[in-house]
Design a protein around this ligand. Structure first.
Ligand code: URA
Length: 276
């Protein structure tokens, strides 16, 4: 009786908040599994349409990525090959609907041959876990596949030598959402964006002829250097379940769609890729 008549005390309010938070995470979990269901639903008709006995390897994204990696070979298309230990191609699920695109491998990535395995990668893994995702549920790649010396910014000729391979990875995976980590990756998809203004704001982009949602985020390495950026990085990562849920339920506004010029100019044809 009294509980209705009196103001709830502080601990009751806190308890209610905690329950609401827990409920939100459960619902986010559903949104994530929705993402996986959605992936199956969108791919399976392609396979189902194939007559029995037909070679469907070209429809198999894992196979496609393997072939793309083979095509890259022992890449010497820019000067970065002289200082790198190994190529860092990409990591994760070829069936992922969510792709993260970082900048370039660092020391640890160059040593291990996998993207985001150093300190920035540990932060990425930690925040992925907070939204109930594992690395194996997503795909992670970089704009540049070789470590620049001393982790310097990639040069324009290095970016253009590597870009066709990132484009190819995206074309094979066909993600619904691309999360860019840092400026170099963001500029590829959203050339008019400013990271300080636009981080965490999803935008539709026509990419390789298909609409994809691009979410620009600060680079986790920048977050490790600056507590304010860390706060923004965490806040933006925690928005992803809601963004996915909104996408699954067609609740995102679709009026503003941008077509980055670079996507048009540099989408490689198969010929271009073999010539590179
Ligand atoms: N930073 C990146 O941009 N990519 C990596 O793979 C590691 C650190």
């Amino acid at each position: 009786m009294t509980s209705i008549m009196t103001h709830p005390d502080h601990s009751t309010i806190e308890q209610t908040r905690e329950t609401l938070r827990a409920l939100r995470w459960v619902l986010s979990g559903h949104a994530m599994s929705g993402l996986q269901e959605w992936h199956r639903a969108s791919r399976s008709p392609v396979f189902a349409a194939e007559p029995v006995g037909t070679d469907t390897r070209s429809e198999d994204p894992a196979q496609g990525l393997m072939l793309a990696r083979e095509e890259l070979g022992d890449c010497r298309r820019c000067r970065l090959h002289t200082s790198r230990t190994q190529i860092v191609f990409g990591d994760g699920s070829a069936a992922a609907r969510l792709v993260f695109v970082g900048e370039a491998p660092g020391f640890e990535e160059d040593r291990q041959g996998r993207p985001f395995v150093g300190r920035a990668g540990q932060l990425l893994n930690k925040t992925l876990a907070q939204i109930h995702l594992k690395r194996e549920d997503v795909y992670i790649a970089n704009v540049i596949k070789h470590r620049p010396p001393e982790n310097r910014d990639p040069l324009p000729e290095e970016l253009s030598a590597c870009r066709p391979y990132l484009l190819q990875q995206i074309q094979i995976i066909e993600p619904k959402i691309i999360v860019t980590l840092g400026r170099f990756s963001m500029m590829l998809f959203l050339p008019d964006a400013k990271i300080s203004r636009d981080h965490g704001r999803p935008r539709w982009v026509v990419w390789q002829g298909k609409k994809v949602l691009v979410v620009p985020l600060f680079h986790p390495a920048a977050a490790l250097r600056n507590p304010a950026v860390m706060r923004d990085f965490n806040t933006d990562m925690l928005k992803l379940p809601d963004i996915i849920a909104a996408l699954n339920t067609n609740l995102l506004p679709t009026d503003e769609v941008i077509t980055p010029p670079v996507a048009q100019e540099t989408t490689p044809s198969e010929d271009q890729l073999t010539l590179l």
